[in-house]
Design a protein around this ligand. Structure first.
Ligand SMILES: NC(=O)c1ccc[n+]([C@@H]2O[C@H](COP(=O)([O-])OP(=O)(O)OC[C@H]3O[C@@H](n4cnc5c(N)ncnc54)[C@H](O)[C@@H]3O)[C@@H](O)[C@H]2O)c1
Ligand SMILES: CC(C)C[C@H](N)C(=O)O
Length: 364
């Protein structure tokens, strides 16, 4: 891939390749934009088909975090780390400590947390080498696993999208089709079940399906059938790119609202949902609960304060739909506009000269 051409196209700041022969660490830290503050984004561990694929993923995910953090109203930029490796086989203390040392070397320009393939335990190891890590164990005064909080935010965002689609935000009696019932969606199903929604679930992991059937009376379908079921809401909580040419025509729902990152395969699929009359809750707005929660650690973690902030996802989602209506654009574009407008406004505000405690001569 033409890295500098790509970085130029989307105005990236920094891409760091980290290597440690002894532990086998091969990692990419990408910082997209720090206009709003230090770049915060998780560490993904995945078996990539090629080094190019890993670099591309780091670039794409870091930019996604810029938008997610900006839209959530956080004073944080966007970044992400990708570790090339199998999370089931290749993890070690040495690997995560080596990564921690590289993160520390960035001196606060980038702060990490969990993402697909990494856990609270991994963050605890990283913490041995750097203070620029969140999502660490509650025993350290931190917020712990972000998934239940992400789920709560998705639940709130789903209610907001339902208000627009059905004129009422109650999910009682609504049929929700959930794709993937892992860490986030299991907790999401708890909220939906408590409110009286009817659940249809699928997962490639049978134990996860069985748990949802037993605990929430969910109906189970095979992974390839989830797009065809009769439902009010489709909730993608597994993979990206699942809203595409092939799936859109199969969907029967009025709302798409789920936790997965990068749900639209291409931007045109956001337009296609709109044309089909389906209300799309933009992924990075609805799934910001996790990052809102870990970001609170930077102030000294307070669960109540974090949860209050996660509740704002409801109003934030309504704001996105208002912008979409006002400007006659699909909701995914409205979310981008909201994030970009905030970054542009803060870029101007933050360009005002400030001595900030240092000698004025150091600013020459
Ligand atoms: N964990 C968080 O706090 C958080 C925050 C923001 C976004 N997200 C996103 O939400 C999604 C879910 O995250 P998670 O932490 O619950 O991950 P997870 O791995 O715990 O859950 C994903 C589930 O999807 C299942 N799955 C995978 N492929 C599938 C397929 N083809 N069909 C059906 N099911 C399939 C897996 O077996 C698993 O149970 C991911 O896309 C993640 O990037 C998570
Ligand atoms: C900082 C993390 C909790 C972020 C999370 N992995 C996400 O994609 O939003």
């Amino acid at each position: 891939m033409k890295i500098f051409e790509y970085m130029g196209k989307y105005d990236y700041e920094q891409l760091v390749l980290c290597h440690d022969e002894q532990s086998g660490l091969k990692a990419i830290i990408c910082i997209h934009d720090t206009t709003l503050g230090p770049a915060l984004g998780g560490t993904r561990m995945w078996t990539y088909d090629s080094e190019d694929a890993a670099i591309e993923d780091a670039l794409r995910l870091a930019r996604g975090m810029t938008y997610k953090n900006a839209a959530a109203g956080l004073n944080l930029g966007g970044g992400k780390t990708v570790v090339i490796g199998d999370p089931k086989k290749d993890k070690s203390e040495a690997l995560f400590r080596a990564l921690g040392r590289y993160i520390q070397g960035l001196n606060g320009r980038y702060i990490t947390a969990e993402d697909v393939g990494t856990t609270v335990e991994d963050m605890d190891i990283i913490r041995e080498e750097t203070k620029y890590v969140t999502g660490v164990s509650p025993a350290f005064g931190s917020s712990g696993n972000p998934s239940p909080v992400t789920a709560y935010g998705v639940y709130k965002g789903m209610k907001a999208a339902s208000k627009v689609a059905f004129g009422d935000d109650s999910l009682k009696g609504k049929v929700v089709a959930v794709q993937g019932v892992g860490h986030v969606a299991y907790n999401l199903c708890k909220h939906l079940h408590a409110e009286g929604a009817k659940l249809i679930v699928t997962d490639i992991n049978q134990a996860n399906v069985d748990r949802a059937v037993q605990e929430f009376g969910a109906e189970a379908v095979s992974p390839d059938k989830i797009y065809d079921v009769d439902c009010d809401i489709f909730s993608p909580c597994a993979l990206g790119a699942i809203i595409n040419d092939e799936t859109i025509e199969r969907l029967t729902c009025k709302v798409v609202a789920g936790a997965a990152n990068n749900q639209l395969k291409e931007e045109k699929h956001g337009e296609m949902l709109e044309q089909k009359g389906i209300i799309y809750a933009p992924d990075y707005v609805i799934n910001a609960g996790g990052v809102i929660n870990v970001a609170d650690e930077l102030y000294g973690y307070n669960r109540d304060r974090a949860m209050k902030r996660v509740e704002t996802i409801y109003d934030n989602m309504l704001k996105v739909f208002e912008i979409a209506k006002r400007d006659g654009i699909p909701s995914y574009k409205a979310a981008d506009r909201m994030a970009e407008e905030r970054i542009a406004a803060m870029r101007k505000t933050r360009s005002t000269f400030l001595v900030n405690g240092q000698s004025i001569l150091s600013h020459r």
